[in-house]
Each structure stands twice: as C-alpha cells, then as structure tokens.
Design a protein around this ligand. Sequence first.
Ligand SMILES: [Zn+2]
Length: 323
Amino acid sequence: MVSPLKSERLLSILRCPACGGSVRLNGQDHLACGNCKKHYKLEDRTPIMLSEDPPSLRFACDPATEGPAGGIRDPRPTKSPSFLTRPTPRSERFYAWWWWRSFNRPLITDRTYLELLDRVPRGSIGLDLGSRQRVRDDAITLDITPGANVDLVADGHELPFAGNTFDYIWCNAVLEHVPYPYRVASEIARTLKCQGMAFIQVPFLEFVHGYPQDYFRFTVQGLRVLFDGMEEIAGGVSAGPGQVLADLLQYYLTLFGDIQRRALLPNVWCVVPGALLFPVRLLDYLLRGRSSYWQWARGYYFVARKPDADFQIGTRFSPRGNT
Ligand SMILES: [Zn+2]
C-alpha cells in the first residue's frame, strides 16, 4: 500500500503549528493534533501544516496584480504582447535554463559551505528549508507552497517540529523572501539539535526576484546578528562581483523589466551579451583573494553550530538581553 506521506520520517517529528502538540494520521487524507484536535489536510501526500494566519502569508500580495505595492502602476504596456514578449511555459523553461543552469548561471567561487555540508554524516536528519530541491537524500523538504520535491507545506516562521529535531538545516536563498527573518532564524536555531549545523546562503547584490515577496538583503555581519548566540563556523562570499557585473550588464542591455517578465525575446537577447561577458565571471577566481572582494558580492554564505547548553538565540535583542 502507498504510504499516505511522501516521507515516512515526517510523522514522528511533526508538531502542530498552532499548539505544539503531536500529530497523528487520521485516515488517509488528514493529520490531527492530539492536543488541540486541529486537522491538517494532506494534498498529494503532502501535509499542509499552516496555522490559520501564518505570518508570511499576512504579507502576501496577489501575484496576479504584479506591480509594486503602494499604488505604483505596472509600467508594462497594456496591449497584448506577442508570443516573443509574453511569458509562456517555453519561455519560462528558457529563462530557468539560461539564468540558473547554462554557463551563464552564478558560479560558486567558494565551496566551503558545501564541503562542510558534505561532512555531516549520511543518514542524519536534515531540513531543506524553502529551496524546493532536496539538497541531500536525508533532508526533509519544506516550502510555503506544494511542489513535486516538497514533503511538507509549512511556514518558516513557525516550523511544525519540536525543538532539537535536526542535525542540519539548509536554507539557501530563502531568508530574503521572508518578512520576519529574525523569527525564521530563531526557528532554525530552536529546531536544530545541540551541535546541529545551520547552512545559510543569501544574495547580496542581486535583482529583486520572487516578487512581491523579496524583502531583504544581508551581509555576513547581518547574518551574525540574525544567528546571534550560534557558534560561527564559516562565513564568506559564495559568488563574487564578476557575477554581479555580468548579470547587471545583461539586465541593463536587454531592459531589466522585460527579463523579469520571463518572456522569450529579452532572454534570447541576453545570450549575446551573456556569452561575451562570460570571461568576466571567471575573473572572480583570480580576484577572490583581494581584500575588497567581499564588498561587492553577489551572495554570502554562513555556517553556524548550535551550542550545547543554556542556548538562547538573539538574547541581545530580547527585552531582558544584556542583563
Ligand atoms: Zn494543536
């Protein structure tokens, strides 16, 4: 018989996001909280573990309305775009390939954080928080919306797990998309086991993406503040200024707004400047030892370990901190 959940391990670690109680299967299409009796439905074997008013969704705009909040008009022309300037599944696929999988993709010039992740023993229990791609086979994947690679739908601001659950948490290019990153950082710290590791990667100089839920940019110094109380293992530049320059020139040469629309034509045009600028990306390998390399980074990584005893994240900022 097919298991009602994609991940068998989920049931033992899930907790009710409303009250923290244990949950159990209730038939084949629901989970029920043993404490507050709240029900959570399963959709395509994926538990939807959102509380009634999850913090991240309070901020969500209607993606169909597009244009920035606050009454700024959508600057795009109102006449119907042609197949070349209209987003289609084909142009979406081309967009994803060109920006994320072709030679034009961001180059990770310092793999320290990936090597540290490799050192976590196989068979550990991990959480892939929000990247929609399973970083390792032993990771449970969680996202705010369902998807093929998503084991569990939940909100990073109120992770439906008991404290001290995970050996590692991978959070790649997610913190910029949450309205309360302090709270997500504290949930990461709470749900890690003592000595568990957090692997964080964030963009710094990158265009506004995932609109309208793109709220923040962080430096390594900012990540230290977010994860105050955790023991820093490593922090640095994941992708450097050569990536910023090549991307910015491509956006500029092909009109930034059109690329965001992911239509075919602007992305086909990108291929020419993108190919010409490819050597600029490689210069990051030469320049990464320079003292100011980090100041124009495309992205940063941060790896931190949860200390053993008496751990409280962010005590410096709590009302009774510093006392
Ligand atoms: Zn409950």
